[in-house]
Design a protein around this ligand. Sequence first.
Ligand SMILES: O=C(O)C(=O)C[C@]1(C(=O)O)C=C[C@@H](O)C=C1
Length: 306
Amino acid sequence: MPKLAYLGPEATFTEEALRILAPDAEGLPSANVSAALDAARRGEADGAVVPLENSLEGGISSTLDELAWGEPLLITAELLLPVQFSLLTRTEMPLSDVKRVYTHPAAITQCRGFVAREMPDAVVVPAPSTAAAAQEVADPGSPYDAAIAARIAGERYGLVELASGVGDRSDTVTRFIRLSRPGLLPEPTGSDCTSLVAFLTDDHPGALLEMLTEFSVRGVNLTRIESRPTGDGIGRYFFHFDFEGHVAEARVGEAVSGLRRICADVRFLGSYPRADGTAPQIKRGTADDDFAEAAGWLSRIRSGRP
Ligand SMILES: O=C(O)C(=O)C[C@]1(C(=O)O)C=C[C@@H](O)C=C1
């Protein structure tokens, strides 16, 4: 039975994602994303499950930065999980009595409208996770009146559900990834995603366009691009890319090696099955057979057999 570290404590959305991604795994709750990934790096766990992005909040910065700067790990699977939030308290009380709310920063963004409308005077304080907030609020000595978390966190920590569906949208989805220490890649399935991080050589006109061109000319469809600050000053960024296809496919391999040639550094984060099962768009002339045919032709003309 594999052991997987996750953003804990019990009853986070991340634990729910882990149970779906790896139903047989033993979960190792960790205090934050870095601790979960470190447990995988150190071998205390076989891997980790962490949130990567949310359809309202965007990228989860702690995960994006760990993937870029921390000891390398490989993404081996992804999951899209619908997330619904509840307002949880120790006892029944009018909403107007809720003055201090505790929850994860991603949940603060997703429930901003509800808080502004229903509890305009409440202060919302960031917590390490939604379940950590629920666990804290369950303590009678807690300075917080309420947590925003999953309904199951309320059940797990014995809280009252004062309001349900407090997210600003009912169709919010969080994307989770499973990571392991570097090793063999998952086999191509015909519906895969590849992720990497690219660092520019220097800042010059067209630098981003040059990177995008490596994908465009090989017909590789991007699914996410996100810039993150390098920390070296205002205006210094590196880029996260997700795109359709597996690095074992010719057009994807060519795009990745093209980036490697023009960037200061490229960190490959993995090729893994897509959660939505969508087949990649393959433009005319960019299928594996097209690359193989052109490579054969090139070798023939080079050896004087056109
Ligand atoms: O706090 C949790 O329950 C988590 O699993 C983290 C997390 C996130 O980081 O986005 C997961 C889903 C929700 O979007 C809110 C919080």
